[in-house]
Structure formats: C-alpha cells, structure tokens
Design a protein around this ligand. Structure first.
Ligand code: NAD
Length: 355
C-alpha cells in the first residue's frame, strides 16, 4: 500500500487515525480533513474492502467531501469520515462498536460520527454509550430536530429545483413544469410529493417498478421503466438513486434543461461538469442541493451539545438557504465561465480557509 499522504485523494488532511482493537477485532480508519469551521462531522461506513488501500482512499475522499458539504451548508462544522473495515462475513459485534466509540472519544470531539452505509441507528445508539460525539440518534419528541434526514433532504432538493426553474426557465412556479425523477425512495419520493403539491408534471422511475407505479398513481404522474428515465424529454431531470450516472453515455442521453437531484457524486468524473455545461444544461451541484439531511443531523448534534433539543423550524430555516447558495453558484459560473461544480468546490475551499 502506498503511504496515505502519497494517495491522490490525500488533501492535507489534518489527521488520519488508524484504529485496531485486538480484543474485539475492530479495524477502522478515522480521517479528519478539516476542523477550520468546527468539529469534523461525517458518517461511519461499515464495508468489506477487497483491499485495505480502497478503505483508505474512500476515507480520504469522503472526508474531504464532507468538509465541502458542511461548509456549503453553512454549518459550523468541518469534515471527517470513518471507515470500519469489515471482514467478508461482515461481522459486527457490540464489542467492536464499543471499541469504535472509544476511538471516537479519544479524538476529544475533533470528529463527530453518524450513520453511513452499513451502519444503522441502533449501531449509533451503541456507539453513543461510549462517546457523546455522535449525531443521528433517535428523535426525542415531536418537533425536535433529528430522526430520518430523508424528508429534510427532499425539502432542500424541492427548493433547489424551484430555484433552478426560476434561473433557467424564468418561471416563478413549478406548476406544469415536467420533472423526471430517477429513484422514488426516501428522497425521490419526498421530492415528488412536494412537486406534485405545486402542480408539476411528473414522470417517475425506480428499479422497484411497483414503488414508482404506486407513487405515480397517488400523485397523478406517469411511471416509466428505470432504463428509460434518463432519456425522457423533460424540463428537469432529478437523480435520486445512484451516483456516477452523469458519464459520457448518460449525459448524451439527457433531454432536459436542468439536472437537480439528491444522489451523491452524480458526476462520474470531473470533466462531466463541463460536458453538461457544453450541452447547455444547468447543473445543481449535488452536495449543495442535497445538504438538507446533514443540516438536520448537525442541528440535532449542536443543540444537544448545548444541552437543548433543536427544533424542526430551525432545520427548515437553514435548509431554506440552499436556493440562495445555488443562485450564487450559477451567477459566479456565468461570470467566471467556470462550471457550477467547479465554482461550488472553489467556494467551499475558500470557506475552509484553503482558497
Ligand atoms: P432509498 O434507498 O430510500 O431510495 C433509493 C431508491 O432508488 C430506491 O427506491 C431504489 O429502488 C431506487 N433505485 C436504485 N437504483 C436505481 C436505478 N438504477 N434506477 C432507478 N431507481 C433506482 O435512498 P434515499 O435515502 O432516497 O437516497 C437516494 C440518494 O440520495 C442516494 O444517492 C443517497 O446517497 C442520496 N442522499 C440521501 C440523503 C438522505 O437524507 N437520505 C442525503 C443526501 C444524499
């Protein structure tokens, strides 16, 4: 394995901690990319990697992504990420989670963890027995911040789509605007419901075809096959399922004016931001438009650290700032000639003191 600081994804990370607990068998990496704005926040991924170098790459890349995302969400939090290297049977024991909690605690609050792939709320509750530096715990009461971040993510995307429609199509409402949604799960389903309320025209697709059909029937939309959604002629294509869908073939297929959705890492490679722009398609950078969930999780954590419970109104007020951030990105993109994704990265770097 190459030294991690020679990895292309190493970006002057403040610290990278290798954790091994012989008694429980826990092996983990905790990367703190930046604490410039506050404690480094980012989820813990529990994954079986064929090669430990893959775990290091994921941790370095995802922790930098969290710095950018938290900064652009306007949160007083830096960026970090943890990866627990699972064995091929994906053995996860209470002792491993306790040892992981101890490792987070040993960082003294420089890193705040949460759920990610392979980790559930019950795992976070177990980790919280050993450290207070955890967010995404069960919601404490009606109207309190926390709980499922999906609805907050969906609300931010809905507001972002409205901003994109105003910017690109000059319309102050999404009534009659045709939105094609890929993925009708927690996020995509929530976005579709909010858009339907405003009279948008919806085409929906999911690899779970029944889920898309049921939602289309409920909302008065149309369901199409999952492999047909990217080529659907529409005003807005909203990806809310997989990452890396905006590659050469995917972009060539699009028949829309706007791409705005919640999936993480939509651009397959950096040059695909320019490929979208070359086709005249307005792009809402994924980590800016989908920040509603992290805003909810962070608000819950910050409020608890102050001995109070944050409330939903506080979260929604922060999520409501997403459209303004997107508008600033598109304005800067138009004046500088840089693509929207490059502008977002540049703004984020400046916010974390690396401009
Ligand atoms: P989810 O599992 O609830 O829903 C995903 C849906 O996409 C499922 O219904 C699945 O069947 C469908 N799907 C998978 N592959 C598909 C394909 N090829 N074509 C069409 N549909 C497909 O997940 P979610 O929480 O709604 O998250 C969706 C995306 O948003 C993910 O990329 C996730 O990383 C991202 N995201 C989610 C949140 C959140 O708060 N949940 C926050 C930020 C980003």
């Amino acid at each position: 394995m190459t030294a991690f600081w020679a990895e292309p994804d190493f970006d002057a990370h403040e610290s990278v901690t290798l954790v091994h607990d012989r008694a429980s068998g826990l092996t983990a990496i905790i990367a703190v990319h930046s604490t410039h704005l506050g404690p480094a926040a980012g989820g813990t991924r529990f994954w079986h990697y064929a090669d430990p170098a893959g775990a290091m790459r994921d941790c370095l890349r995802l922790s930098r992504g969290m710095s950018y995302k938290n900064a652009m969400a306007g949160l007083p939090m830096g960026g970090g990420k943890a990866v627990i290297l699972a064995d091929s049977a994906r053995t996860k024991t209470p002792a491993m989670l306790a040892a992981f909690g101890d490792a987070v605690e040993a960082l003294g609050g420089r890193y705040v963890t949460a759920e990610d792939v392979g980790i559930c709320e019950a795992d976070m509750v177990a980790v919280s027995k050993r450290t207070a530096h955890v967010s995404g715990l069960p919601v404490e009461g009606d109207g309190s911040a926390g709980g499922d971040p999906g609805p907050f993510t969906a609300y931010g995307i809905y507001l972002g789509i409205k901003a994109a429609v105003a910017h690109q199509l000059g319309k102050d409402s999404v009534a009659g605007v045709h939105v094609a949604l890929q993925g009708t799960g927690s996020v995509g389903g929530g976005v579709a419901r909010l858009l339907a309320r405003d009279g948008a025209r919806l085409t929906l697709a999911d690899i779970n075809a029944e889920r898309a059909s049921a939602l289309a029937a409920e909302l008065g939309g149309v369901a199409v096959a999952a492999d047909a959604i990217m080529a659907t002629p529409c005003d807005v294509f909203s990806p809310n399922a997989l990452g890396a869908i905006l590659d050469d073939a995917g972009i060539a297929m699009l028949d829309c004016a706007i791409v705005a959705g919640g999936a993480n890492n939509q651009l397959a490679q950096a040059q695909h931001g320019a490929a979208l722009a070359a086709r005249g398609i307005l792009y809402a950078p994924d980590y800016v438009i989908n920040a509603g969930g992290i805003i909810s999780v962070a608000t819950e954590y910050l409020a608890r650290a102050q001995g109070r419970s944050g409330d939903v109104a506080e979260v929604n007020a922060l999520v409501a700032q997403i459209p303004g951030r997107l508008a600033a990105i598109w304005a800067e993109s138009a004046s500088s000639g840089l693509t929207a994704d490059a502008v977002a990265d540049r703004m984020a770097q400046k916010l974390i003191g690396r401009g």
